[in-house]
Design a protein around this ligand. Structure first.
Ligand code: ADE
Length: 245
């Protein structure tokens, strides 16, 4: 296995991430040493008696803004040299599978989770190397958004998922949506598994899957095809994986 991916998350709600990172695949990934999680409570980097992490906005207006000092102090305590320092914000680059792959290739990721109305602008100006949004909607809390990104990134690290090749055929990896999957029983409530899948003819199965993948992408996500090339046509099923599952 390769070197571990360090993932640090700065938040004022550590409990939200402790639960999430302590279950299932992410828990196993940490146990195996594929990743190392650290959850950092921003309140531990305040210097006043009230452990204040936010304040009123200059210029007035509703809501509170997260103060820069605890965020800078927390990031600087994590030896961020070479790390990607990622601010979670609806104004960031839209997260997708390509960005997940890019982040999975790194060695140290630091996530800054904003809350309330926002984060002091100097955090973007002088601390963050990246800003990421998980979609065009506003959450109360960047910790949920960081959890989404972490989940998508960690499962791409070598050794985290059981079957090698499991992430090569799935939706988005090859540019389109994945073909439909079936398991036993062969008939359930009158609904039959397509004949071709039980035929044992691997060439036919591969062709059927490619066609299903193209059709699904055309029907449901034509935007994935409208980038100048027919990316779904690259959705090949490799020979090594045809017996998987
Ligand atoms: N914080 C609040 N909303 C967000 C979003 N859509 N993406 C990332 N961080 C956020």
């Amino acid at each position: 296995m390769g070197a571990s991916l360090k993932i640090d998350v700065l938040t004022i709600f550590p409990g939200m991430l402790e639960g999430f990172l302590g279950e299932s695949m992410l828990k196993r990934a940490a146990r195996s040493g594929a990743v190392e999680f650290r959850i950092v409570n921003l309140r531990d980097f305040t210097t006043d008696a009230h452990r204040t992490t936010d304040d009123r906005p200059y210029g007035g207006g509703p809501g509170m803004v997260m103060k820069p000092e605890p965020i800078f102090a927390a990031v600087e305590s994590l030896q961020p040299g070479g790390a990607r320092v990622i601010l979670m914000t609806p104004q960031g680059r839209k997260f997708d599978q390509a960005l997940a792959r890019e982040l999975a290739g790194g060695s140290h990721l630091i996530f800054i989770c904003g809350h309330y109305e926002g984060v002091d602008e100097r955090v973007r100006q002088a601390l963050a190397t990246d800003e990421i949004s998980i979609g065009d909607y506003v959450l109360t809390n960047g910790a949920v958004a960081a959890a989404v990104v972490i989940d998508a990134v960690v499962r791409l690290r070598p050794g985290v998922l059981g079957g090698e090749g499991a992430t090569e055929e799935e939706s988005f990896s090859a540019g389109g949506l994945e073909y439909p999957q079936y398991t036993r029983p062969p008939e359930f409530r009158g609904l039959k598994v397509p004949e071709v899948l039980v035929s044992g003819d691997h060439g036919e199965i591969r062709r059927w899957r490619q066609e299903q993948s193209r059709q699904r992408t055309r029907e449901r996500r034509p935007d994935l095809l409208h980038d100048g090339k027919d990316r779904a046509s690259k959705h090949e099923v490799s020979d090594e994986n045809e017996d998987a599952g």
